[in-house]
Design a protein around this ligand. Structure first.
Ligand SMILES: Nc1ncnc2c1ncn2[C@@H]1O[C@H](COP(=O)(O)OP(=O)(O)OP(=O)(O)O)[C@@H](O)[C@H]1O
Length: 576
């Protein structure tokens, strides 16, 4: 499904999407890995200090022409380099493993939510608003774990570096003392405070001018997903489009998607440009800032070359770690928009499905319909049904003009339609619904296609062979074990025969058929209905159908109209 809409407002709760894994049954292993990765990154900060000291000793020795000392310093250097390399490799490996485990855990949870309570159906049929759930499950979850770990771990490293060098900056920077309007002020650690203040100021300016980048990124992912979904549509419906000669119409559709992408991309570029101008201005002016802050020391004649080089080094390190937050502003914006999309998906999934029509599982073999009113999602009435009881083994046909609500009645019986009121009661455990276009899973064996949704080992080979022969699909007998793109191979009529073969295998007590033989000629429809009534003589049958030839297989006709429904029984129905 594709929708065009603006992103929901940012909420702090969007960040909660990150938490469930860290509270799951895998949390201890996850925390252990995270702890290991963080520990290794602390080693990195320590190693940087060690290499710094080593440099000083080595170059002091070199410029003092102490060749022996230089040679003696090489083995520890090589040892430390080997250790650093090993730790670097292990750190990357652990991060990848953690990221994959997190992604798999999240994907399993999302899939469970998506594939339960008919969520996949609600999302696809416009009953809920969350576009392209496939992209959220397949891409966004993976991106979320990668970005969160990368940004989170880099942030920890930046904070560690910041703390280490801020202490130096605070200590060696000293206190700024000045007199203003007769008052003397003392600002301890003013170099550190100045650095932090300047960075915060830059962040505020960035949020003001680059903030809309989050929304623009959100929309960009949304439009990209629409383009992908459109291309999938073309793949799925290639034959229909080719028959209609629909290339121009498709091109027009895609040029609309591209126009949306282009227009939003211009916003992304504009906001990124603004963010980059501010970031780069901060980069360029940082050294000036230090010089300005050092003026009091110059005027007081307390700035030596040694002190300057120390302050400069600490300032650079503190600034670069603070700057990490500024430089990664756009990445944080991307992560925020991913979290927003996932959080929106979670809200929709958690939102209770409108179910004003009560569907009860009854022990009685009858199908009972009480006070049933079917409505459209906008609340308007489709049709109203009188109280009805369909006794076990009875066969009813549902007729009515197109759009009156025949399929909607079956959806309500299947628990897929909640708009309206009333109650339906039947033995849901032993019922089977056959839609007009049966589902044919691709990439599986024909045996699996036939047994769906049960597993292929549910029936023996003789049973599969028998039903294939019965529904006149004997030509496929040699292909029972073949794995193929079956939906591309079967004709619509063959798909419908296959769906009846499924019913004959499963032998349900109640069968609901929604125009399940509409693609077949009269002779084949008659063959399939004869099979159903002779091989499942005690099954209750409810058929939505248009063809008059099928009336003789049913004992009653339920005719739906917008004003209500009427039931005609017995010979009257058959001869009508
Ligand atoms: N997801 C939906 N959102 C809004 N309206 C819907 C939705 N699904 C169905 N409808 C509307 O409900 C009405 C009844 O549809 P339904 O499929 O039940 O008709 P039908 O009687 O089976 O028609 P046909 O004989 O043509 O198959 C139609 O007007 C249809 O547009």
């Amino acid at each position: 499904m594709q929708t065009t809409k603006t992103p929901p407002p940012h909420r702090l709760s969007d960040w909660k999407v990150i938490l469930p894994y860290w509270r799951s049954e895998e949390k201890w292993r996850a925390f252990a890995m995270l702890g290991g990765i963080i520990g290794l990154s602390f080693f990195y900060v320590r190693a940087a200090v060690w290499f710094g000291k080593w440099n000083q000793s080595f170059f002091d020795a070199m410029f003092a022409f102490r060749a022996q000392d230089c040679l003696a310093l090489l083995p520890p250097y090589l040892l430390m380099s080997a250790l650093s390399t090993a730790i670097y490799v292990v750190q990357i490996y652990l991060t990848q493993v953690l990221s994959m485990r997190w992604r798999l855990w999240n994907t399993r949870v999302y899939l469970r939510q998506y594939l339960s309570h008919e969520t996949y159906y609600r999302l696809e049929h416009g009953l809920e608003q969350a576009d392209n759930p496939d992209q959220r499950i397949a891409d966004d979850l993976s991106q979320m774990t990668i970005w969160t770990l990368r940004l989170g771990l880099d942030a920890i490293q930046a904070i560690t570096t910041l703390i280490s060098f801020s202490i130096v900056l605070w200590d060696v920077g000293g206190t700024l003392t000045f007199t203003w309007h007769g008052h003397t002020f003392h600002i301890p650690g003013y170099l550190f405070l100045g650095t932090v203040l300047a960075t915060l100021l830059t962040s505020l300016v960035l949020e003001r001018f680059g903030g809309p980048l989050v929304n623009a990124n959100y929309r960009q992912q949304h439009y990209d997903a629409d383009l992908r979904a459109g291309l999938m549509d073309v793949r799925r419906n290639s034959e229909q489009i080719a028959f209609y000669g629909g290339e121009d119409a498709e091109n027009l559709r895609f040029s609309r998607y591209l126009a949306q992408i282009a227009s939003n991309w211009r916003s992304v570029v504009a906001y990124t440009w603004r963010a980059n101008v501010i970031t780069s201005f901060f980069h360029q002016t940082a050294s000036c800032l230090l010089w300005v802050m050092l003026i009091p020391k110059v005027l007081a004649h307390t700035l030596t070359i040694g002190l300057y080089s120390r302050i400069n080094a600490a300032f650079m390190q503190a600034r670069s770690s603070l700057q990490w937050f500024i430089d990664n502003y756009t990445d944080l914006a991307t992560l925020r928009s991913i979290l927003q999309r996932l959080s929106e998906f979670e809200r929709v999934v958690a939102h209770p499905f409108e179910k004003s029509i009560l569907r009860q599982t009854g022990a009685s073999p009858d199908v009972r319909i009480e006070n049933l009113v079917l409505r459209r999602p906008d609340g308007s009435v489709l049709t109203t049904l009188p109280d009805l009881t369909l006794h076990a083994g009875e066969r009813w046909m549902i007729c009515g003009a197109s759009g009156v609500g025949k399929s909607t009645l079956l959806r309500a019986l299947a628990g897929l339609w909640g708009y309206g009121s009333g109650t339906v009661t039947f033995d849901t455990q032993h019922a089977m619904f056959v839609p007009q276009r049966p589902y044919v899973p691709d990439g599986t064996s024909l045996r699996q296609v036939l047994s769906y949704p049960a597993t292929p080992d549910q029936y023996d080979t003789e049973a599969y062979e028998a039903v294939l022969k019965q529904v006149a699909l004997a030509a496929y007998l040699p292909k029972l074990e073949d794995e193929a793109e079956w939906s591309q191979i079967f004709s619509p009529g063959e798909e419908q025969r296959l769906a009846i073969a499924r019913v004959l295998l499963a032998r349900p007590q109640i069968v609901f058929l929604d125009e399940a033989t509409s693609a077949l000629d009269e002779a084949q429809e008659t063959l399939l209905y004869t099979l159903l009534v002779t091989l499942l003589p005690h099954a209750t049958l409810v058929s939505v159908a248009h063809h008059a030839a099928l009336r003789r297989f049913h004992q009653a006709i339920l005719t739906l109209t917008p004003e209500g429904a009427t039931l005609t029984r017995g010979t009257e129905a058959a001869s009508d």
